[in-house]
Design a protein around this ligand. Structure first.
Ligand code: HEM
Ligand SMILES: [Ca+2]
Length: 321
């Protein structure tokens, strides 16, 4: 996009933001609550919790604190930019077009709720609904009208995009740009307690789409992987998970189940750095022993992630659900 078009897009955005400002905060909050209930119903049927968490993380995780002084949304972050095709096309976002498709009908139903809010609401609700902690955060975000440029999200394996020679340095570089410390990096990584990797998406595993390509934990379309024990379709079978019960948000990521189920679980170089690096390891061990400590730290870190780079235009400075 040319510089002139970019300036135009920013101007359009400011105009849109000003009109959102006029929205009655109470009506907006009531739409958010209704939307949350619809999201819960959708998650209950689809078990799409992990991909909604990943969508929220990838919309927010492009944030670069060193650009915070520049005109919004140059620092990027939780601004709905990921809905744009240009950003969905980034390699790191492979597969996330599906998650945007899941949200689209709800976004149409609750038109005044911004994309940026819908995405973070879906991420937080997915964590809570899978048995994880509540994520208390503000809503009322404005939407960015342009997709973010490539870059800023972590790579799972070397060679790392920032030129780092090891995974621990890479994590500190990438999460440091967002403003996170060692403890927050370990807590946030615990999100891999839910979800899977796919050959066709990240290519970090040979396990791909479909029952026959799955592991013993992902290869059957009907299994008991949820926190509430409710059996039923897991959605699309296939891929490889980090944990055995990969639809339950708990601290099993830190139990390193991979050690006993070697062939059927995945563990990336960046997961391993949390075990081997002296700065990360104490937090990793603590969360393995104390799920409450994990939930407490995760909730705070994910709420912080969800507000990175957000511009709150409803109410005085956002509204709390
Ligand atoms: C620490 C650096 C991280 C790396 C290198 C990383 C890498 C990956 C990779 C390669 C996948 C598999 C994608 C696919 O093939 O579909 C994945 C999935 C996932 N990631 Fe991460 N991730 C990181 C941090 C995070 C964080 C901070 C969160 C959230 C707080 C998160 C949440 C998820 C979730 C929920 C999935 C599962 C998605 C699904 O099942 O569709 N990840 N991640
Ligand atoms: Ca974004």
């Amino acid at each position: 996009m040319s510089a002139a078009r970019r300036v135009d897009a920013v101007a359009n955005h400011l105009h849109a933001a000003a009109s959102v400002n006029a929205v009655d905060a109470a009506a907006y909050a009531s739409d958010l609550r209704a939307m949350k209930m619809d999201i819960e119903r959708f998650l209950d049927e689809s078990n799409a919790n992990p991909i909604m968490v990943r969508l929220a993380w990838h919309d927010a995780g492009t944030y670069d604190a060193s650009k915070a002084h520049m005109p919004w949304p140059r620092a990027q972050g939780a601004n709905g930019s990921i809905r744009h095709e240009s950003e969905l096309a980034h390699g790191a976002n492979a597969g996330l077009v599906k998650a945007i498709g899941y949200l689209r009908p709800l976004k149409e139903k609750y038109a005044r709720v911004s994309w940026a809010d819908a995405i973070q609401l879906a991420g937080a609700t997915a964590i809570e609904h899978a048995g994880g902690p509540r994520i208390p955060m503000r809503y009322g975000r404005a939407d960015a009208e342009v997709g973010a440029m490539e870059g800023n999200l972590p790579d799972a394996e070397a060679p790392f995009g920032d030129g780092a020679s090891d995974a621990a340095t890479h994590l500190r570089n990438v999460f440091g740009r967002m403003g996170f410390n060692d403890r927050e990096i370990v807590a946030l990584s615990g999100a891999h307690t839910i979800g899977r990797a796919f050959k066709e998406r990240s290519g970090t595993t040979n396990h791909g789409y479909g029952a026959k390509n799955g592991t013993k934990f992902t290869g059957c379309p009907y299994m008991n992987a949820r926190a509430d024990g409710k059996e039923g379709s897991i959605g699309m079978p296939g891929g490889a998970s980090w944990t055995r019960r990969w639809l339950a948000f708990d601290n099993s990521y830190f139990h390193r189940e991979k050690l006993t189920d070697e062939k059927d679980l995945i563990w990336l170089s960046t997961d391993d750095a949390l075990v081997t690096d002296p700065g990360f390891a104490p937090h990793f061990k603590r969360y393995a022993h104390d799920q409450n400590a994990f939930f407490y730290d995760f909730s705070a870190a994910f709420a912080k992630l969800s507000e990175l780079g957000s511009r709150f235009v409803v109410g005085a400075s956002g509204i709390v659900l």
